[in-house]
Design a binder for this molecule. Sequence first.
Ligand SMILES: Nc1nc2c(ncn2[C@@H]2O[C@H](COP(=O)(O)OP(=O)(O)OP(=O)(O)O)[C@@H](O)[C@H]2O)c(=O)[nH]1
Ligand SMILES: [Mg+2]
Length: 481
Amino acid sequence: MKKKKKGFMSSYWNSDKTKTEYDKEKAAKERQERLERIRAKTRKKKEKEAKVVKEVKGEGEDESAEALSKKLGYDVLEDVSTVDREAGVGKRALSKEEIEAKKKKAKENKEKLSSRDLLKQKIRDLEEQISNTKYNKKTQHAIGLMKAQLASLKEKLASGGSKKGGVDEGYAVKKSGDATVVLLGFPSTGKSTLLNNMTNANSRIGGYAFTTLTVIPGVLEYKQAKIQILDVPGIVEGAARGTGRGKEVLQVIRTADLIVMLVDAFKPLQKKLLEKEVYETNIRLNRKKPDVKITKTSKDGVRVGRTVKTPELDDETIKGILNQFRIINANVLVRDVVNADEFIDVVEGNKVYIPALTIVNKIDLLNDEQRKKLKDYLKPDLCISADKEEGIDKLKELIFKKLSFIRLYLKEIDKKADMEEPLIMKEGNTLKDLCLKLHKDFVEKFKFARIWGKSVKFDGQKVLKLDHELKDRDVIELHMS
Ligand SMILES: Nc1nc2c(ncn2[C@@H]2O[C@H](COP(=O)(O)OP(=O)(O)OP(=O)(O)O)[C@@H](O)[C@H]2O)c(=O)[nH]1
Ligand SMILES: [Mg+2]
């Protein structure tokens, strides 16, 4: 009994303080310890955040929102949409059974490191290794191989995940018009406001995140082209990995002819974050598909032919990367200056190459000086105010240009051309493309065409070749057999 008492209050017993003094001191000490724990936790959280921002912004810059605010001369409210993320937005409420099932699953997962976890760990390790390796001529080869290994691991992880469902559901959108443009952005950046201003649509607008929950289409008629514009739910950080409805939204974007990325003027870092999410969904923005052909063969190993030098990718690395993807025999023809990343993209073959515009919205809230600083910092294609309808006409023109439309006017023999209803096609399209668009038999029946316009040397020129490239506002008279 005595022993227990002594053990319990031994410190008090042994000290010459009164009990009240002792209790006070003890409480203060505990308070201090609690504070330390909270501080350590906050420090850790901050370090983690700083790491994310660093990843997004790259090395060498002061990444904090505070520093950015100073640079731009106004408050940058948040680096990323913290509020939106914390709200757990975009997730549908789960039923009791689903919650139970989730809990069970989580427990199981915790108990044993699943193969998926191992895969994820490997990916993390490899990413760390790559980022820790300084890029130079000597390390180029090794980095190329590590990147190939990383890509194949990620592919493995992604294909494993799709079995669980939910990935390939997507939103059903019927494409219509001459082209489809998707408005991409974090929640509340003004996508719906912009859609309503540019088109006949009426998408709900709200001062809260995730007002739009599905795909809302609208049609923009501009210079006789009918452009379908899709307003989609906002995405959040981690969308490519499935946060919110991110995967479904990004899936819609893969089929777009143009992506308009809308960035909130008060959250400039959204630009890099959006680009990152898009990149992780295997979309490459504003880049043309590299001209690299890989033809698998049955023997003789990997043979590389090239019409250009690729300083960042030697033949050995090409072979190493292909081996990583279990391609031992192949003929490779390189006709573009590519690096390891771009070459891996070709090997994987699941990338789409889409043009994009970066548009900053809510510019009405900034003064002239702030606007200038923001433009210098972000270098967007255009700054607008969807709400105050500032810059909307410029945006329409930019979209039209970026879609590289050409207008073609068809003419019947001995009649005037119909200048009211052009046929909308794309830069680089040929007479063959035109024939294919009109009727499947036209290519075979084609004899020649008479053309008036920029694609020919003189008006009414007779053109016999189907691969003749057409130009904007050409007038064409088709002669068939
Ligand atoms: N000041 C200002 N506010 C704007 C502008 N554009 C949109 N807003 C406001 O921003 C809020 C969000 O607008 P929405 O158009 O609903 O944004 P969203 O991107 O469609 O949002 P989600 O559907 O949640 O992804 C609304 O309160 C709008 O009135 C703008 O140019 N200037
Ligand atoms: Mg919306």
